[in-house]
Design a protein around this ligand. Structure first.
Ligand code: GLN
Length: 520
């Protein structure tokens, strides 16, 4: 028997939740709906859906003020743009001015940044209403949102949300995915270092976009692996993700790794105008790997067939270094973590232990109390790998293999051979549907990530864009998703093909509440 909360499900009767961002802002413009009403409802719904544990903090007052300002702009006929009055949630590793930013860790539990991450300031400039901060694995280290100071996030598609039978939302940006999937906001920001946006998007049945490295500023995103971190975007459709991307992308003086050339806003063609006959799709054989469920495999091959039948040229390709990716990532991640986490000493930064017998002890205790086991293990391992005697053997070597992994992608995307080259790669996002929490939590963090990150993490090595889109439901009624990847800065084609597939498969990201829609 399902124990999904019944009162909150009534909120699904809010018809506007079925709308795209464009439709929503259109209804603001013609006075049919008001940003204030939508924001009030979203805040109410977030409380009613507390059981999901998607939000770690609601910024109620700020959100209502932003909604009120937005409403005035619409009344004056001067909205700021495509996101004016649109409710958005932010992962708790993005700095938000005057709002706690904890990374779901005791270490930053009391941290209130005096500035906004660039992503947040651009969203505010675009008139968005920031509803609050979302749950995550501590410091974004994980793939399930099960290692948070605030407890795990649940997947709204679970057969049973109360008993032992609930499913993970995926991670580490599980709170953002869960909030979008529950209809608590129109879009959400996550981060993606090895898959943390695409993995939870896949499990929660929403779209998750990881842009090209450097397209969106990392300023104010608390770092995990600087050379791979990118802000990610969750939405209920590809077009909604594009709308958010257009607002946040582009060079930023505060992040020297952003791509210098000005960003050209994406504009996706209408469905009827999408021509697949010039698109070459690659199916990398290495992604047909151990642990891939029969249902995901079937979904993958059906979508490949669909593309082929619709005129695309579909061929198998090889990315021979794929399997090395997990090991290389693990080394590079832990090395960068070891140095990134050094700043949290309890003196300048982070949780401070109360026992101050000596400076050394203060450092040691603050870090012992502030970090969880996952973070501590990665710091210790990273420092070991960076020892002078180990450096060449691990760090240097991993950097070299990283280059090979990136070159695999360059070879398929930039091949001058018409027969060999492809424009888009199609793969699973995750190997299975969302696991049960009890099964997932019985594994170590390392084992969880080794499985969860297999398909997503090579794109971070190469810095290329990738998107996860939901395709259909499994026999157990859980979302199954696929991933598309393209060459760097080819988001226009990537998202055009994603939109085409989305239209063909007709997945309804709020289907978990079908019975209530029927009664509305
Ligand atoms: N699962 C990976 C890790 O724990 C990736 C996390 C992420 O993308 N933030 O490192």
């Amino acid at each position: 028997m399902s124990s999904k909360p019944t009162v909150p499900l009534l909120t699904r009767m809010r018809r506007h939740l079925q709308w795209s961002i464009k439709q929503l802002t259109g209804s603001y413009a013609d006075g049919q709906l008001s940003p204030r009403r939508v924001t009030e409802q979203a805040l109410e719904d977030a409380l009613l859906w507390k059981t999901l544990n998607a939000f770690v903090r609601l910024t109620t007052e700020q959100a209502l003020k932003q909604a009120q300002d937005s409403e005035k702009r619409y009344q004056q006929g001067q909205p700021k743009g495509e996101l004016d009055g649109v409710t958005i949630a932010i992962k708790d590793n993005f700095c938000t001015k005057d709002v706690h930013t904890s990374c779901a860790s005791r270490m930053l539990q009391d941290f209130v940044p005096p500035y906004d991450a660039t992503v947040c300031s651009r969203l505010k400039q675009a008139g968005a209403v920031i509803l609050g901060k979302t749950n995550m694995d501590q410091f974004a280290m994980g793939a399930g949102t099960v290692d948070s100071l605030y407890g795990p996030t649940k997947n709204i598609w679970s057969e049973d949300l109360d008993q032992d039978h609930w499913r993970i939302a995926g991670g580490s940006s599980g709170g953002s995915a869960s909030a979008v999937a529950a209809g608590l906001c129109y879009a959400a920001i996550g981060s993606d270092t090895g898959g943390s946006t695409r993995n939870p998007a896949s499990y929660c049945g929403v779209v998750g976009l990881k842009p090209t490295y450097g397209l969106v500023s990392r300023h104010g995103l608390i770092p995990l692996v600087n050379s791979m971190d990118v802000p990610g975007i969750f939405g209920r459709s590809v077009s909604d993700c594009v709308t958010v991307l257009n607002a946040v992308a582009g060079p930023d003086q505060l992040d020297s790794t952003t791509i210098r050339q000005p960003f050209t806003r994406l504009k996706l063609p209408e469905i009827g105008q999408i021509d697949l006959s010039t698109v070459r799709i690659g199916i990398p054989k290495e992604y047909h790997c151990h642990g891939l469920s029969a249902e995901v495999l079937e979904t993958w091959s059906k979508v490949a067939d669909l593309l082929e039948c619709s005129g695309a040229s579909v061929r198998q390709v090889s990315l021979p270094n794929t399997a090395a990716s997990i090991f290389v990532y693990s080394i590079l991640n832990q090395c960068e973590v070891a140095s990134n986490m050094a700043r949290y000493d309890g003196i300048e930064y982070g949780h401070r232990a109360s026992d101050e017998r000596s400076t050394e002890q203060l450092y040691a205790l603050s870090r012992a109390e502030g970090f969880n086991e996952v973070v501590k293990t990665r710091i210790l391992t990273g420092n070991f790998l960076l020892l002078r005697k180990n450096y060449d053997h691990y760090f240097e070597k991993a950097l070299r293999v990283r280059r090979l992994i990136a070159e695999d992608f360059v070879k398929v995307f930039e091949s001058s051979d018409k027969e060999e080259g492809v424009d888009i790669l199609l793969t699973p996002t995750t190997l299975t549907e969302a696991p049960l929490y009890k099964d997932f939590a019985s594994l170590t963090n390392r084992d969880q990530c080794a499985v969860q990150d297999f398909c997503t993490q090579p794109a971070n090595m190469a810095g290329i864009p990738a998107v996860s889109i939901p395709i259909r439901l499994s026999r157990a009624g859980l979302p199954l998703s696929l991933q598309l990847m393209s060459n760097s800065l080819n988001e226009q084609l990537l998202l055009t093909v994603a939109r085409w597939i989305e239209d063909q498969v007709g997945f309804d990201s709020l289907e978990h509440s079908q019975e209530h829609k029927a009664s509305s």
